[in-house]
Design a protein around this ligand. Structure first.
Ligand SMILES: C[S@@+](CC[C@H](N)C(=O)[O-])C[C@H]1O[C@@H](n2cnc3c(N)ncnc32)[C@H](O)[C@@H]1O
Length: 214
């Protein structure tokens, strides 16, 4: 790495650490809260009463942000976490049977957010495939559980998962963006896919759903 690149790298890491410090001062647990805050500031995702399905919620930074914004939150993670008051939490694997029953009972949602990340094996091809599978899972759920005009936010990693998201989201949504929040470490390939204005699903009999998302 050149001296200039190295300086930029350490400046970016320092900026990341300042988010960790801010998170600790405010008792937020991790910098994740700031990532959703900045995506929301840019894309106007969350409003009071909006029904939000959150995938991969633990340890709870995003859940807390959503609860503070007075969204109606349905959060799921395979790990346990401290659940803010008013939030509906399911401890289960996303994609499993318990999750399927629970999530469809409360559908449709105005917004689905996924910060799910795979457990890293260290084998690049396997990790890439796992990350891609999580993107597919979130996109499948958006197909079936998201209201017309609803939005989707998905954690991505550069490479196949990003390409996969773009391809699927462009088919189903009016607007698709890829964002790198400042609170996300600059030396991580983590990005977020944001898809807005889900298109109405048309069937032979007409529109599948008419109700507007909140
Ligand atoms: C990066 S953390 C999420 C951080 C969270 N957004 C926050 O603000 O604190 C990723 C989470 O995804 C969860 N996860 C990954 N795959 C999952 C799956 N298939 N079902 C449920 N949770 C999953 C992990 O257990 C982990 O807690």
């Amino acid at each position: 790495m050149s001296r200039r690149a190295s300086r930029a790298h350490w400046r970016a890491r320092g900026r990341g650490d300042s988010y960790s410090r801010k998170a600790a001062e405010r008792g937020l647990g991790s910098r994740a809260w700031f990532k959703l805050e900045s995506l929301d500031a840019k894309y106007d995702l969350v409003c009071p009463g909006r029904k939000v399905l959150e995938l991969g919620a633990a340890p709870g930074g995003w859940t807390r942000y959503l609860a503070e914004k007075k969204a109606c939150v349905y959060a799921c993670d395979q790990r346990d976490m401290e659940v803010p008051q008013g939030v509906h939490f399911l401890r289960a694997g996303v994609g499993g049977e318990a999750f399927g029953d629970w999530s469809s009972r409360h559908a449709p949602y105005g917004l689905i957010v996924s910060d799910m990340a795979p457990d890293i094996s260290g084998i690049a091809a396997r990790d890439m495939a796992s990350a891609e599978a999580l993107v597919d899972l979130a996109c499948d759920l958006a197909d079936t559980l998201l209201d017309e005009a609803g939005g989707l936010v998905v954690k991505l990693f550069q490479g196949d998962p990003l390409t996969r998201f773009r391809c699927r989201a462009e088919a189903g949504f009016g607007e698709v963006r890829i964002a790198k929040p400042r609170a996300s470490r600059a030396d991580s390939s983590e990005m977020y896919g944001v898809a807005l204005n889900k298109r109405a699903v048309r069937t032979a009999g007409g529109l599948l759903r008419q109700a507007p998302a909140r």
